[in-house]
Design a protein. Structure first.
Length: 127
């Protein structure tokens, strides 16, 4: 999922800044910094966090910044949340900076539908 890839720099920077308390953070979240954006995304995806999401966030917080296994586990948890709630992926995409969110967004489910791109008046059918 491209959106999961797009959110990773934001969510990992938020975890790096706030650690395991990232889901409980409320101050500074109104700012438009990458860290605040990442915290908002994590809170939207995981809410207050169940034990599994807390464990994934803790693994990233305790790992080295470039630790691929913990980042992969976090990405897989985000993808699982998107699959469980298809609307969530669109909501999170809307939280990303416009430059990233202008990628075509599938409309109509996995079995076809349309691809709509902001700023481009064309509507393309999937290939």
């Amino acid at each position: 999922m491209d959106i999961a890839n797009d959110v990773m720099p934001f969510v990992t920077s938020a975890i790096g800044a706030y650690g395991v308390s990232v889901l409980a953070r409320t101050s500074e979240l109104a700012s438009d910094t990458p860290v605040a954006r990442g915290a908002r995304i994590l809170q939207r995806v995981f809410g207050r966090g169940d034990a599994a999401s807390q464990a994934v966030i803790e693994a990233v917080a305790e790992a080295k910044p470039d630790d691929a296994p913990s980042h992969k586990a976090l990405k897989l948890a985000i993808v699982a949340a998107f699959r469980a709630d298809p609307l969530l992926a669109r909501e999170v995409a809307a939280m990303l900076p416009r430059v990233i969110a202008e990628r075509p967004v599938p409309v109509g489910g996995d079995d076809g539908g349309l691809f709509v791109t902001e700023g481009d008046p064309r509507i393309d059918s999937p290939q």
